[in-house]
Design a protein around this ligand. Sequence first.
Ligand code: BES
Ligand code: MN
Ligand code: ZN
Length: 543
Amino acid sequence: MARGQPLALGRDAAGARDTASPDASGGVSPWPELSRRVQPTRSDRLAAAVQIEVTNEPLAEVAAQSLAFAVPDPMDQLSGPAGEIDGVLGGQLAKLSAAGDLRAEPNAVCVVHTNGRLAADRVVVCGLGKLERLDSDSLRDAAAAAARAVAKIGGTLAFVLDPSLPLPLDEQARAVVDGVVLGSYDPGRWKTSGSRPKPIERLLVVGGDAAAAERAGRIAEWANRARDLANRPPNDLTPEALAARAEEIGGEVEHMKVETVDRKGIEKLGMGAFAAVAQGSDVEPRLIVMRYDPPSAHENVTLGLVGKAITFDTGGISLKPGLGMEEMKGDMCGGGAVIEGMGALAELGVPLKTLAVVTATENMPSGHAFRPGDILTAANGKTIEIVNTDAEGRLVLADGLWYAREQGATHVVDFATLTGAMTVALGDIYAGVYANDTDWGERVVAAGEATGDHAWLLPLHRRYRRYVDSTFADLKNSSTMRQAGSALAAEFLKEFAGDGPWAHVDIAGTAFLPRSRGDYLTQPGGTGYGVRLIVELASRLAG
Ligand code: BES
Ligand code: MN
Ligand code: ZN
């Protein structure tokens, strides 16, 4: 495909065909601008915030369009909030339960109109599943099911916590907020026809701790913003647009400085690996650097967050098969989580110096693309033989990791949709974590596990290093063996992670779902994975 020809056409393009103007290479393109950008994403297409409040009013007096609560299996003659509301409703819930309309299994939802017997218009009873298997995710799923059930109603959703459940109340509050805020996310923002869900405007957590609920709400909103980035199409979310989003955050929060570096600057920094990936694309790459420097932070600890942001991964000259390639717009999810995670840290005022380094570029095949056989020099001086241009993530991260250390990061974590092998190993539930320091790796895993961003520590071993030995250079970027693909990638990254604790979180399976997981995330597309983990990790490191 010649330069300047349309890479993607949207419905707006046809109307613009009669306008011709010079393109970037000086020739005349019949589709100016539109060759790469259909239209900017209007902010009204992006996630709207849910207002979070807490109340301790008696259940019958809670004014809301919908009053929801969860019932565990076994139901024990409707104890907890179910029993209380059943009393007000004159035994109606018990009857529905006996008839099989009201069930405690996961995802079961029963909506009952109150006809004025409660201040709420309707009650929404959600199944929690088996009590002995109850965890925060069960409650997230139940809350999301409630949110989904009232998706056409909107307004205020009240959700009643249950002190008799074996989950601390602030944990329940956090899970309910996650479930409602993440569960009512709508990825269909580019549809122009059909009925869209009516957003829930307000979530009233009944019986919860206000601080825990509000904090969870803010974090979940930042996760939804990361989902917005993941879902934005690659003709809109270019590296420049991602950089603009980071700059926008920098302008909204305190103690944040944002700096972006263009192609020339990337080359000047000696980032030969990052520059090579970017060289095949006509859109400008960006090195995005965010510095969060709050007043009361430790002087000698800087958390470094490094994110892979390939805004579209075609594989390059080692072209990917066409089927499903559209999912590769999600190959920027590591960078998206890091950028929005930084926003969350600053909004919450987490007292920890944090540095974000996001390497944003497309990976495209073209007459100026890098190729298998090329040997590159990374910023740390190591030489890399390219075996497969589709193993581009480790190349951009190599230079990103170096830069984070160079800029003073003491504790580093990178987030990357790095390997298909990760999906084979752990599927769409757990991200795999590799670390050069077991204690640090375990802390990353624990932070994820505490928040619903599931993570599992996987092993590195010095004998994996031979998988990336090259005949010609210091190392190669891929192997012909199909063994331990994600360990091999981690072993490669380790060469660039410098001294001090480093952990690599491979989110290839968890960041962008080709199909719904059937849980509280409800929808395919971006999951926001990493935002909750980042906030928890930074808060623990600060505390
Ligand atoms: N972005 C992909 C990894 C990926 C695959 C993420 C599926 C999400 C879903 C990455 O750049 C890639 O192409 N990796 C290759 C590496 C291989 C060439 C060594 C892969 O996993 O096949
Ligand atoms: Mn790739
Ligand atoms: Zn990739």
